[in-house]
Design a protein around this ligand. Structure first.
Ligand code: ATP
Ligand code: MG
Length: 180
C-alpha cells in the first residue's frame, strides 16, 4: 500500500482545493518557512483520525479550518481525502484504490468516508491497524515526538511495539468485544 495522493480543501493554509500526487518511492516536500509543509503532514494525520488538537498544533479542533487571511474570508469546513493504492492488498478491503475522507464543520460536526461511503471513526482506525500507518504508529513522526516516545511510560511504548508487531488489531477487537 502506498499514498498516491492527498486532496485538501479548507484545511489550514489550503483554502482552495489542491491535489498533491505522490509516487511509490520517496517524496520530499520543500518550501519556505510557514509555507504549509507541516500542514500537509497534519492533514494526513487528521484523516487517520487524530482527535487531539494539540497534536495538530492547534488549541481547538476548529483550528484546522482555514481561518482567513488578508485577502480571503474564513471558510466553514475542512475536508481532506487520502488516495491509497491498495493493489498489494495490505489494507483489509477488496479494493485496489481506497479513498479515505474526513470532513469537519465549524458547527463541530464531523464526518468520515471510505470510498465515499459514510463510516465511523472506528472503521478508519480498524482499517489501518497493524499496517504500520495508523494514527498511533510511527509512520508520522512530528517534531518532538521522538523524545516523547523515548520518555513514554512502558505501557505506551509497548503499544507502539505491538502496532509494529501486528498484534494491535487483536487487542483492539478484544477491547471492543468487552465493551459490548
Ligand atoms: P517550517 O519550515 O517553519 O516548518 P512549514 O512549511 O512547515 O514551515 P506550516 O507549519 O505547515 O509551515 O504552516 C504554518 C502556517 O500555516 C502559518 O503561517 C499559519 O498561520 C498557517 N495556518 C495554520 N493554521 C491555519 C488556519 N486554520 N488557517 C489559515 N492559516 C493557518
Ligand atoms: Mg514545518
Amino acid at each position: 500500500m502506498y499514498l498516491k495522493g492527498v486532496e485538501i480543501q479548507g484545511f489550514k493554509t489550503f483554502v482552495d482545493r489542491v491535489r498533491l500526487e505522490f509516487g511509490p518511492g520517496v517524496t520530499a516536500i520543500v518550501g519556505p518557512n510557514g509555507s504549509g509543509k507541516s500542514n500537509i503532514a497534519d492533514a494526513i494525520l487528521w484523516v487517520l483520525g487524530e482527535q487531539s488538537a494539540r497534536t495538530l498544533r492547534g488549541a481547538r479542533m476548529d483550528d484546522v479550518i482555514f481561518a482567513g487571511s488578508e485577502k480571503r474570508r474564513p471558510v466553514g469546513m475542512a475536508e481532506v481525502t487520502l488516495h491509497l493504492d491498495n493493489s498489494d492488498g495490505s489494507l483489509p478491503l477488496e479494493f485496489e484504490e481506497i479513498a479515505v475522507t474526513r470532513r469537519f464543520f465549524r458547527s463541530g460536526e464531523g464526518e468520515y468516508y471510505i470510498n465515499k461511503v459514510p463510516c465511523r471513526l472506528r472503521d478508519i482506525q480498524e482499517l489501518f491497524l497493524d499496517t504500520g500507518s495508523g494514527r498511533g504508529s510511527l509512520a508520522i513522526v512530528g517534531q518532538g515526538r521522538l523524545e516523547e516516545i523515548l520518555s513514554a511510560r512502558p505501557e505506551e511504548r509497548r503499544a507502539v511495539l505491538e502496532e509494529a508487531a501486528g498484534i494491535a488489531r487483536y487487542r483492539w477487537r478484544k477491547k471492543e468485544a468487552e465493551q459490548r
